[in-house]
Each structure stands twice: as C-alpha cells, then as structure tokens.
Design a protein around this ligand. Structure first.
Ligand code: ADP
Ligand code: MG
Length: 343
C-alpha cells in the first residue's frame, strides 16, 4: 500500500516547510520569499501587475478525473495567463490552500509537484501563501505578480476601429476535453466496471488538464516590436472575450467563421459528440489562449507566426458584433456563442 502521512503528523508549520522546501528563486525582484510575515518584491523601476484566482472543488474542478499534479500546474497557469494578457512577465506567485483531513501529505505533495513544475517552466518564484483547514472540499487561491516596463501594459479597453482581431493557438479543445471526461464519468457512475475510453483523445484532454500560458506570444511581440492595441486571455470562451474587448473599447466587430482556429482533433471530437465545432470554439472556455487586436500595419509581422490567427476586425459600434458563417450568413455574437435565431 502507498504510504499515507497525516497532515496532523507534520503540523501546519511542518507542512508548509515540507511543501515549499524545493522551490527555487529565479527572479532578482524576489527579495524575501516564503518564511516571513510577508514577501518583499522590488521591481526596480518597472510596473507591477497583480492577479488572483480562486478554484473550488466541485465548482472549478472535479477530482474524480483531475490528477492533483495537473491541478497544481493548472492553478498556476490560469494566473500566469492573466499576467501575460497584460503584456507583462510573471515573477512571483502565492498559493493558499484550504484542505480537509481527506487529503494526505502525499496527495498535497502531488499537488505541489504540479506547482513546482509550472514555477520551473515559467521561471516564477513561489513567495508565500496560506494554509487552512476546510470542511470537506479542496480550495485553492493563487495570486500572481508580474512586471512590465513603464506603461507597456495592454488593457482590454483600448482597441481602435479597423484593428485586426487575432487569437493564439486554437480554441474549443478544453471544452471538448471536459465534455469527454464528463461523459466518461457519467458512464462510470452507471457501470463502474467500464474503463474510460480516452483512446486517441490526448489532445483535447491535455488542453483541459494541462493548459499552457502563452509566454511565447508575449516574447514574439517583444522580439518583433509589436504592441497589441488591446488584449486579454481566453478563459470564459472566445465569444464572451470578443464582447469584452468590443464593449470596453466601444466598438463593433466582424468575425469570420472560417478563420476560427480549431484543431483537427477538436473538430473530430465535436463531430463524435454531435456538437458544432464553431459553437465549441466560440462558447467553450478554459483555452487560456490570448485574444488581441493589432493595428493593420502590423499584419506583415504576425504572418511570421503560424500560431496566430487573424479572425476578423473591429468596426464602428453601430455595425454591431457579428460573425459571418462559411455559407455567407451574418449572425450576432452573443456571450454564449452566436444567436442563430436572430440574423
Ligand atoms: P502567517 O501566520 O503570517 O499567516 P504562516 O505561518 O501562515 O504565516 O506562513 C508562514 C510562511 O509560509 C509565510 O511566508 C507564508 O506566506 C508561507 N506559506 C503559508 N502557507 C503556504 C502555502 N500553502 N504555500 C506556500 N507558502 C505558504
Ligand atoms: Mg497563515
């Protein structure tokens, strides 16, 4: 049998020491990390961005199909994604957890392995957190700090009329991964003997359980001297993010269905589940891609990057927020995707 260490064997301080023992410091801005009343961070003349996310068992994740290591990794990624979406570089995180005695120290070790892997990959420093008991569910709160050169941050509200609307990577995959895992879970609940059939679905399952933050896109902007006119990450679903940018920038838009970046594996999964791939791309969440707008003169520069798709352009607000289908029909974009009943 696997070893199980009770949290009570270590005590709160022993547990914190144990969980944070291997973390390294990557950033010169980290003056004081874990171990004092507060962390001390000095961004040396840069501006600081801060973002935080709360993840609650049963609401944001389901431990019956989410390995703890993946959950730790993803808890960090969702925050780093918000930092990159400001055109900033993440430098520090804090991790707070609410845990019950349902969890062993070994289970928390797995969770922290995921956190460690994300810190190492993205070169961010874990500088603190909090540890508390919770009734039953697992509660995770991660805060990320980042730095950006003075006034180089990019907001949602600053898109201009006639800008190109771009998306990194591909969208809809995480939603299809979730659909698959939920479906397999329902089958398992009915007949526990049946093994889940995830054959050939690594891509969409990976998109859900092991997302990455688009550090590479921010690096590409810097290298090619591109500053998006507006940007945000795609966490709720592409259509809802498009509406955030257009609303906050007081603009309309024209999106082209044929330009939406949908991975072949996502498309195939959608057909298998009898879903419309376009609807999945527009309304599915948790892609953690970046959506941004660019001045038209930057078009040549972004054609260098195969991982950026131009999906449309911004218009005057009176023109509304619309999508043109492959068949040439125009529909209004709604937060849920598109309104096929109101042409
Ligand atoms: P305080 O009494 O000031 O809340 P704690 O005893 O909770 O301090 O924490 C001691 C140190 O350990 C602090 O630096 C805190 O940020 C850090 N810490 C506490 N819990 C965690 C955690 N789950 N992950 C990482 N660091 C933590
Ligand atoms: Mg504390």
């Amino acid at each position: 049998m696997e070893k199980r260490t009770e949290i009570s064997d270590l005590g709160e301080f022993g547990l914190i020491d144990h969980l944070t023992r291997n973390f390294e410091i990557y950033n010169a801005s980290t003056i004081i990390g874990v171990g004092d009343d507060a962390a001390v961070i000095d961004h040396f003349g840069k501006q600081t961005v801060v973002t935080t996310d709360l993840l609650i068992e049963g609401i944001h994740f389901d431990l019956s199909y989410t390995p703890l290591k993946h959950l730790g990794y993803k808890s960090v990624i969702v925050n780093l994604s918000d930092v990159y979406a400001m055109n900033a570089q993440p430098t520090q995180i804090t991790v707070s957890i609410g845990i019950s005695n349902r969890f062993s120290v070994e289970a928390l070790d797995e969770f922290y392995e995921g956190i460690y892997a994300a810190c190492k990959k993205y070169k961010v420093d874990l500088v603190g957190g909090d540890t508390s008991s919770s009734g039953k569910g697992f509660i995770i709160s991660v805060t990320a700090l980042g730095e950006v050169a003075p006034d180089k941050f990019v907001q949602r509200s600053t898109a201009q009329q006639g800008d190109l609307i771009c998306v990194s990577g591909d969208v809809g995959g995480a939603f299809l991964g979730l659909t698959l895992l939920e479906r397999e879970k329902a089958i398992y609940m009915q007949s526990p003997g049946v093994q889940p059939d995830l054959e050939g679905e690594d891509y969409i399952v990976g998109k859900l359980l092991m997302p990455e933050a688009r550090k590479d896109i921010i690096a590409f902007f810097e290298k090619n001297n591109i500053t998006p006119t507006s940007m945000q990450d795609v966490s709720d679903g592409l259509s809802s993010e498009i509406l955030h940018i257009t609303k906050k920038s007081n603009l309309g838009c024209m999106i082209f269905e044929e330009k939406l970046p949908i991975h072949e594996k996502s498309r195939m999964a959608a057909y298998k589940f009898n879903l419309d791939p376009t609807a999945c791309a527009l309304s599915g969440g948790e892609d953690y891609e970046l959506i941004f707008t660019l001045k038209q003169e930057d078009y040549e520069k972004i054609t260098l990057n195969e991982d950026i798709a131009v999906i449309g352009y911004t218009t005057a607000p009176e023109e509304g927020t619309r999508i043109k289908t492959k068949g040439g029909n125009l529909y209004d974009i709604t937060a849920q995707g598109w309104n096929a009943f109101k042409g």
